[in-house]
Write a protein that binds this ligand. Structure first.
Ligand code: ZN
Length: 323
């Protein structure tokens, strides 16, 4: 690892766990990312709503050091069984976009091409799906890690979503913006607090905070799922008897963390709470047989969860589920 690179520039925005690992994410970003040749969007119906998932790219880091509480042989075996690399391990980013008829809602904002040199395709994929950033009426945040908020603004810090209201979990907002809270943070987290101030700055007069289990917009309800961060939130989308859980980061790559819900990723600030919420939401998805999307799931990030042994298995959507 090149410590000098990791300590400058984008390093201030890197997740603490990634920064320690010296990942590609912590290194200088490429100028302009080249999108993949194939448009990365997937669209399906949920009652009268339409859900579109948007591929944003990926970052890579070694598997070693990712999981705090499992032996290397076990984590390596899980990766091998799922055809995942171990060095590097690729962890994708994708966004969930919801059209309810009344609102066009984006869950999290992606990396904006300013973090990983292999990320930042979400807006190109949104346009390929026939939707412009100007049409987004609401951006709902699950939490404020940089891979979820950087895409709010351009390199010059102009708003990417000029017509959108921004909805944020109040516990997350408090943790990253309260001066007393910031004063108590270690330096690594203070860099994220600075990024929060910067990225939300251009939206300052149109930010709405919501409580743990509030209705965020008709058809979308928050589910407090703290642990990954102090205000981390998942969402339930429901219409006409159809349901979707936007799992956010309760479960990172499902080949590892749905299969082994007791494994603790280094990104989780309170691993016990994160595990409890992961088990609760995966169990609910399996019981109710509803759709899920996961920010770090393999594209198209939409599918179902079934029980399997001591854990769960993610069953990806088929293209024929799409519209
Ligand atoms: Zn994330």
């Amino acid at each position: 690892m090149n410590r000098r690179i990791a300590m400058t520039g984008a390093a201030a925005l890197a997740l603490p766990g990634l920064l320690r690992a010296g990942s590609a994410l912590a290194q200088a970003p490429a100028a302009t990312p080249t999108p993949p040749a194939t448009p990365g969007f997937f669209r399906f119906r949920l009652g009268s709503f339409t859900v579109t998932t948007l591929y944003d790219g990926y970052f890579q880091r070694p598997l070693a050091g990712l999981i705090r509480n499992a032996p290397a042989e076990e984590t390596e075996r899980a990766a091998r069984e799922a055809f995942l690399g171990t060095d590097p391990l690729r962890i994708p980013f994708s966004l969930t976009l919801l059209q309810t008829g009344r609102a066009t809602v984006l869950f999290d904002a992606g990396t904006g091409g300013q973090m990983s040199p292999t990320g930042g395709y979400a807006m190109a994929n949104m346009r390929a799906a026939g939707i412009a950033p100007e049409q987004v009426t609401l951006v709902v945040h699950s939490h404020f890690h940089p891979d979820h908020i950087t895409g709010l603004t351009t390199r010059d810090n102009a708003a990417v979503f000029p017509n959108a209201e921004i909805a944020v979990p109040e516990a997350e907002w408090r943790f990253w913006t309260d001066s007393g809270s910031i004063a108590r943070m270690p330096d690594g987290l203070r860099g994220i607090a600075a990024a929060v101030e910067r990225r939300f700055g251009p939206y300052r007069n149109r930010i709405r905070q919501f409580a743990g289990d509030a209705e965020v917009t008709p058809g979308v309800r928050a589910i407090a799922a703290h642990g990954h961060t102090p205000g981390h939130t998942a969402f339930e989308v429901a219409d006409g008897g159809a349901g979707l859980l936007v799992l956010s980061d309760t479960t990172n790559r499902p080949e590892l963390f749905a299969r082994n819900p007791g494994w603790h990723a280094v990104f989780d600030m309170d691993p016990q709470a994160a595990e409890a919420n992961r088990r609760r939401l995966l169990d609910r998805a399996a019981t109710d047989r509803i759709w899920v999307t996961g920010y770090h799931f393999p594209f198209p990030i939409a599918g179902r969860i079934v029980r399997d042994g001591q854990g769960y298995r993610y069953v990806a959507a088929d293209w024929i589920d799409g519209i």
